[in-house]
Design a protein around this ligand. Structure first.
Ligand code: FES
Length: 102
């Protein structure tokens, strides 16, 4: 079932140019801030399961900390293979709370 659930509070979001991981139920979500735009996608790298929220942002991509695969945080696409695509999620920020649609 999909619905809007609380992910975190606005003050906990990553600063510009950084990614961060958040646990939400049984999922871990990678939240990225690219040029002030906040996006959310699955945290588990499609290569070997690296924690994307612990990676860095280069250009407008999240780089996996384990072996450097890069993902577009808006679409979830892997740079070198657009068919490898992470699930992305909608976020809504309201009254200081960050809600995610799972
Ligand atoms: S696990 Fe992410 S690049 Fe290998």
């Amino acid at each position: 079932m999909s619905g809007l659930v609380k992910l975190t509070i606005q003050s906990e979001l990553p600063p510009e140019g950084e990614a961060k991981e958040f646990t939400c139920g049984d999922k871990v979500i990678c939240v990225a801030n690219v040029n002030g735009e906040i996006t959310a996608m699955d945290n588990v790298c499609l290569h070997r399961g690296g924690p994307l929220g612990q990676g860095v942002i280069e250009g407008n991509k999240v780089v996996c900390p384990w072996h450097g695969w890069q993902f577009d945080p808006k679409t979830g696409e892997a740079t070198h293979n657009p068919k490898a695509r992470l699930v992305v999620y909608d976020l809504e920020i309201k009254d200081g709370e960050v809600m995610i649609r799972l």
